[in-house]
Design a protein around this ligand. Structure first.
Ligand code: GLN
Ligand code: ZN
Length: 764
């Protein structure tokens, strides 16, 4: 393979102004033709290649673009569309029906791409599927990229990752990897076709599955797959790229295959240093992921160059290819649109385009020395050194008061007095019935609610008007809940745009970008908060709204907070101290809020941990450390609760099998979970575990506009009662109602209350 001097694993595609999102959504609403989506897509591809060309990036990807998702594109390329979509003859209609469903087709399942917030479409696989290779998308992009004048490499999701992320539909127990021998020939065909594109073609096979614990049982297949694939075509240089962690086991196999290069992530997998000798002996190129594709801090260029030098002590320099640690899909596009952000904080950040510059600088200094930099580059380097230096000492980041408080944080991280004692006091205080009815917190975010918030933010309405309007929404919501007979009420969260952003905006040490969008799935993007410094809470965050809501009713009003682990997991987190430290700091801020709430008479407090599970590390060996700091953070946040203050938590998923011990250890008095779609199977895990605290398994699915009937909910409650006693159960929907409309929420909740009353009457 030729000696590349810089390599970008992949680029984002939604567009720096979310152009693709807008084009897709307008097309989906039938407001435009597919032609305009295609135009936008072509423009974006071109723009992104040019950005990389302008930054002198050597190896630039084709086929990293997608109208929805690369795994879905791979399914199409392999001809493995599930049969149920075959009746749709229009290619585009079929593609988007697989992604999103249509009137007559349910969408394919979507799930998280490893430990990122990106979601991919899960391949539905069966033995005997007749694939049919079609690489026209690749051919088209390859030709387009050549016109731009970049050296294209073709990105593919590797067969092992594709299979391991897939699901076997014809056998529930069989792992989709068992279809290896059926799928590999399709990949061989693809390589053969790609070989026809050019004199030599570089192919990047992405195999992030090899950084997970699954690597250990895939070793034989790694060797077979890449021995075969690398032997298909003499003129194809196959590069197997891993990211998000170390790939030590697989690397030892890969070096024994005839591939041209191996890609390792040195940002998130420093252990990869251990396999350098093997790579060196194999004579392969090393694609060295040194620029962080997952986080947004400026790289310490000196440090990155030093790391490459260290690698070059073992592997011949010309065979080392400086690279991003993974695709830039996971970071926002550019700082160029950040006009409101504090200039100093901004100088500590690097989004996608800035990362291209960093990669170029690192590469040039590594290969040619700092003396070779031109005036602009030298200025960039000097700025980088300055930013790195400032970040180490800035008072914006380092807050003495927070650090002082952190000295004694260990003392605060312990469980409360035993649940059995607490729950008695709590029942005395609240005197709620078995099967107590409640909701998860948010109520419909109507256009009116949104516009009031927007007007206030833009300054077109006064604070007084804003407060008055918000109070109106709260009062209506409380009245409605009372009317239909809910027993534990909420204020409705109308003042919140997002459960993390709302708290982030009020915490010191957290910044927000204006345009820092990152694709989450399809056309959906998120704009994660940026935790840049020591976190603290300058003032109460929820007391005003919660106490106002409580003043309107005699029934218990649940305080509503987002938990520290969730705030951490849904943000870009500073990399200059362990994540655990940052999490404890957030926990202290939430702890203060819990205390203020209970002092203000709000003695039922829900601390949402919607993202607790998604923070789990990819390797089992790293889990204990995560669980420990996550648990400790939850304890710090909630441990201040008095014996008769009832702590609730909520989690938005339904897979608790392997974390039930940890859930128990969180020690929340009541947990509400998402079970509506899994009947009572999930609850059985709680039963088998001997879970003694109270549980609110969602009795209907809020993700659908369907209004559940009274009978249906009664059945659901009956099935819950087969597993746990009424005393231990709460009745609630399975998540917040903010995405629903009042027309759906009103009858659904009324049915829920009625169903509960019927069941209670039956129980006597
Ligand atoms: N309290 C939040 C709400 O009701 C919880 C949302 C969530 O867990 N995703 O919206
Ligand atoms: Zn939820």
């Amino acid at each position: 393979m030729q000696n590349f001097r810089s390599w970008v694993t992949g680029f984002a595609r939604i567009g720096e102004k979310r152009e693709l999102k807008k084009a897709l959504e307008s097309y989906w609403k039938n407001e435009s033709h597919f032609e305009s989506v295609k135009e936008t897509a072509d423009e974006l591809k071109l723009r992104h290649w040019n950005y990389q060309k302008d930054a002198s990036i050597d190896a630039v990807s084709v086929n990293d673009f997608s109208l929805y998702d690369q795994t879905l594109d791979t399914i199409v390329m392999l001809g493995l569309e599930p049969d149920r979509f075959r009746d749709i003859s229009d290619k585009e209609a079929r593609y988007f029906a697989m992604a999103r469903g249509d009137e007559s087709h349910t969408a394919m399942e979507m799930t998280k791409w490893f430990n990122t917030n990106y979601h991919y479409i899960v391949p539905e696989l069966r033995s005997g599927m007749k694939g049919c290779v079609d690489i026209s998308k690749i051919i088209e992009e390859y030709e387009e990229a050549k016109v731009v004048g970049v050296t294209p490499k073709v990105n593919l999701i590797g067969p092992l990752t594709f299979l391991a992320n897939g699901r076997r539909m014809d056998s529930h127990d069989a792992d989709a990897v068992t279809l290896f021998s059926e799928i590999l020939p399709l990949y061989e065909e693809i390589i053969e076709e790609i070989g026809k594109l050019d004199d030599t073609v570089v192919v990047q096979m992405e195999e992030p599955i090899l950084v997970t614990d699954r690597a250990a049982d895939l070793l034989l297949l790694v060797k077979e797959a890449y021995t075969r694939l690398a032997s298909v075509c003499d003129n194809v240089d196959l590069c197997v790229v891993t990211y998000f962690g170390h790939a030590k086991e697989a690397a030892a196999q890969l070096v024994q295959t005839p591939i041209a290069a191996i890609g390792l992530d040195f940002v998130h997998g420093p252990q990869n240093m251990d396999v350098l000798e093997l790579v060196a002996q194999s004579g392969k190129h090393l694609i060295a992921g040194v620029i962080d594709g997952r986080n947004i801090w400026v790289s310490d260029i000196d440090e990155k160059v030093a790391l490459l030098e260290k690698i070059a002590q073992i592997i011949a320099k010309e065979r080392v290819v400086p690279s991003t640690s993974c695709s830039l899909l996971h970071v926002p596009y550019t700082l160029a649109y950040e006009e409101k952000m504090d200039a100093q904080i901004k100088s500590w950040l690097a989004f996608g385009l800035e990362k291209l510059q960093e990669l170029h600088l690192v590469s040039k200094i590594f290969f040619d020395g700092a003396a070779s930099l031109d005036a602009d580059e030298a200025l960039g380097f000097a700025r980088n050194r300055e930013a790195v230096k400032e970040r180490k000492v800035s008072q914006k980041i380092h807050d003495a008061a927070v650090q002082k408080r952190m000295e004694s944080v260990a003392k605060l991280s312990h469980k409360r007095i035993p649940f059995k004692e607490r729950i008695v006091k709590q029942h005395e205080r609240f005197n709620y019935p078995p099967l107590c009815t409640t909701t998860i917190g948010s109520f419909p975010q109507t256009p009116e609610v949104r516009s009031v918030r927007r007007d206030y933010k833009q300054g077109t309405i006064s604070e007084e008007t804003y407060i008055e309007k918000m109070k109106g929404f709260i009062a209506d919501c409380v009245r409605f809940q009372e009317e239909i007979g809910l027993e534990v009420l909420v204020h409705g969260e109308f003042e919140r745009n997002d459960m993390v952003e709302y708290f982030g905006e009020q915490l010191k040490g957290v910044a927000f970008s204006e345009n820092g969008w990152v694709q989450s799935y399809g056309s959906r993007c998120v704009k994660p908060p940026i935790i840049y410094g020591d976190v603290s809470r300058p003032a109460p965050m929820t007391i005003y709204w919660s106490t106002y809501a409580q003043s309107l009713t005699k029934r218990p009003m649940k305080g509503m907070l987002t938990g520290p682990v969730t705030i951490l997991n849904w943000s870009f987190v500073r990399d200059d101290q362990p994540r655990s430290e940052t999490c404890y700091q957030i926990a202290l801020a939430i702890r203060d809020e819990v205390d203020d709430l209970q002092k203000a008479g709000i003695k039922m407090i829900q601390v949402d941990e919607a993202a607790f599970k998604e923070g789990y590390p990819l390797r089992i060996s790293d889990r204990a450390a995560y669980e420990q700091f996550a648990l400790e953070s939850f304890w710090i946040a909630t441990g201040i609760a008095e014996i008769d203050t009832q702590i609730h938590t909520h989690m938005c998923y339904s897979d608790f099998n392997d974390i039930i011990d940890t859930i128990e250890a969180m020690d929340a008095d009541v947990i509400s979970i998402e079970t509506a779609r899994s009947g009572n199977t999930l609850l059985k895990v709680f039963k088998e575990h001997g879970y003694e605290k109270e549980v609110g398994p969602g009795v209907y699915d809020i993700h659908s506009p369907r209004i559940p009937s009274v009978g249906e909910i009664e059945q659901q409650i009956e099935s819950l009662l087969e597993v746990l006693p009424a005393r231990q159960l709460w009745i609630n929907p399975d998540c917040g109602l903010k995405t629903r409309r009042w027309e759906e929420v009103k009858p659904s909740l009324a049915h829920m209350v009625e169903a509960t009353q019927n069941i209670r009457a039956r129980l006597g």
